[in-house]
Ligand binder design. Structure first.
Ligand code: BYC
Ligand code: FE
Ligand code: FE
Length: 471
């Protein structure tokens, strides 16, 4: 399905046929652009950036690549093609036709899910606001901007659902999505990880590796929704998300590679003085980002999550590929828990354990990524393994919130935690070291010393292509 670019808001949802909705979105559009100017990539309004834009929604050939000034990016509304005769695949409505209109009895729950999802998208752009000032290459700068414009489009996706299906309170929520800001003392973003500073490129690559991966899993769960417009929106968002995962994984991999090269060259673990990021420091960044992202899945036992599932609103990862009854009425599930001051496990209902089930899939997927980093390290004959910290480490949501534990899961007292904190998580000195490495590299083809060049350029272009033209 081609997208109509003659419209002010490109879309494949026949916006032109719904004047009220069109007018509402056209009123929101200037507020969005103002927000982009204030809190989008800093100092980048005039840059020409080699960006991809969606021109269709089928997996082959949806993208068009060209120079665009970011404020002119064609943010629009794209839903994946409808599946003929799609059914609700899980929960108490299993087998009924998927809802094409908002199911009135679940209005509050759907609104909440859509608002929470929508809140994260502009939050990420705000968190990454200043990174363009210190990009390690034009290639990376362009990738940052690509991620930023697509997160902006993900906001459009949720705002469309709010405007199209929720009337007046949907429009109010859409305004609020531009009024809360990452890290704002009075009006912060909803989920904690979306208020954390992300000021250096090591953090950016960890963010796109770990936090966008939460995005992938949450979107996959919402793509299973019985509310078909939400499902179709998320399915198209996931095609964009794949690139964010790539940016994160290849970014961390290139840092690991450069570090290993320097370790071999200088025969030392301490590559800091040689302008690279020591593996021990990478481990601390992993400890931080992984633990705050585990929190994004919510509590181990959650009535909200049970309800979302039973109502048919939010499924499991790859729901339809799972071999069970998809109702789970009397199934149980074992979740980790604190009992008598110890980390134990306990049995709960499969429904209440939905958050934990999704978190399990996430942990597995993250581990696969780390395995690839470790393979790179081994290829240099270096005896070091990057590890995901234990789930109880540094948690702030759920059963382990506020528990003091080492990265291997050993519980420790508060004094030990305080004494060891800087060995386990980025310290002020580590942050200062990483910040000192961050210098903008803007010569085409040149690369900062702490990161290896990518394997190939973007869309068949050479590595020394001018991915960003400054004006
Ligand atoms: N921070 O029953 P529980 C992305 C609250 S990322 C603060 O477990 P539930 C992206 C919770 O709200 C994907 N508060 O909650 C990535 C609840 O509050 P109430 C974003 C938290 O609802 C990178 C209470 O604690 N999408 O797309 O089962 C770049 C009890 O918890 C947090 C979604 O998250 C937290 N981390 O689970 C750009 C999908 N966790 O009701 C974009 C939609 C929990 O007691 N959201 N709380 O006041 C959901 O499915 C669920 O809301 C959550 C929470 C999984 C987030
Ligand atoms: Fe997103
Ligand atoms: Fe993303």
């Amino acid at each position: 399905m081609q997208v109509d670019y003659n419209e002010r808001i490109p879309n494949n949802v026949s916006l032109a046929d719904d004047r009220r909705l069109l007018r509402a979105l056209e009123r929101w559009q200037p507020a969005y652009l103002d927000w982009w100017r204030d809190l989008g990539p800093v100092g980048a309004l005039q840059h020409d950036v080699y960006l991809r834009t969606a021109i269709g929604v089928d997996t082959d050939g949806w993208a068009h690549f060209d120079y665009v000034k970011m404020p002119d990016y064609r943010w629009g509304i794209f839903l994946a093609e409808p599946e003929p005769d799609r059914r609700i695949n899980f929960g108490i409505h299993k087998g009924e036709p998927a809802w094409q209109e908002l199911p009135g009895e679940y209005r509050a729950e759907l609104r909440r899910l859509i608002v929470v999802q929508g809140d994260t998208e502009p939050a990420s752009v705000e968190q990454q606001h200043r990174l363009g000032l210190t990009a390690p290459s034009l290639y990376d700068l362009r990738n940052l901007y690509q991620v930023n414009v697509e997160e902006g489009r993900h906001l459009w996706a949720m705002v469309y659902l709010l405007h199209a299906f929720f009337g007046r309170d949907g429009r109010e929520e859409a305004e609020e999505l531009l009024a809360r800001h990452a890290g704002d003392a009075d009006k912060p973003r909803t989920l904690e990880a979306f208020n954390e500073p992300t000021d250096d490129w090591l953090s950016f690559f960890m963010y796109t590796f770990f936090q966008d991966r939460d995005g992938k899993f949450q979107l996959c769960a919402l793509a299973e929704s019985g509310f078909d417009p939400l499902s179709r929106t998320c399915r198209f968002m996931l095609t964009e998300e794949a690139h964010h995962m790539f940016v994160g994984e290849s970014g961390v991999m290139r840092i690991v590679q450069r570090t290993c090269e320097k370790m071999r060259e200088h025969d030392t673990d301490d590559v800091g003085p040689h302008g690279a990021v020591p593996l021990a420091l990478l481990q601390k960044w992993i400890n931080l980002h992984f633990s705050i992202c585990l929190d994004l899945f919510g509590a181990e036992e959650s009535t909200n999550a049970a309800n979302y599932y039973s109502m048919g609103l939010k499924g499991r990862y790859h729901e339809t590929k799972i071999d069970d009854d998809h109702v789970l009425a009397d199934r149980t599930f074992t979740v980790p828990a604190m009992e008598g001051g110890k980390v134990m496990s306990r049995e709960t209902t499969a429904l209440k354990a939905m958050n934990e089930t999704l978190r399990d899939s996430y942990v597995e997927d993250s581990q696969r990524g780390l395995n690839r980093f470790n393979k790179m390290i081994r290829s240099f004959d270096i005896d070091f393994e990057l590890r995901l910290p234990h789930r109880v480490f540094h948690r702030n949501i759920g059963a382990f919130a506020g528990i003091h534990a080492a990265p291997d899961g050993t519980l420790v007292d508060e004094a030990t935690w305080r004494a060891k904190r800087d060995e386990w998580l980025p310290s002020a000195a580590d942050r200062a070291f990483v910040e000192a490495l961050m210098h903008p590299v803007i010569e085409p083809g040149a690369m900062a010393g702490w990161i290896a060049p990518p394997k190939r350029g973007i869309h068949g272009q050479p590595l020394d292509y001018r991915y960003v033209e400054f004006h």
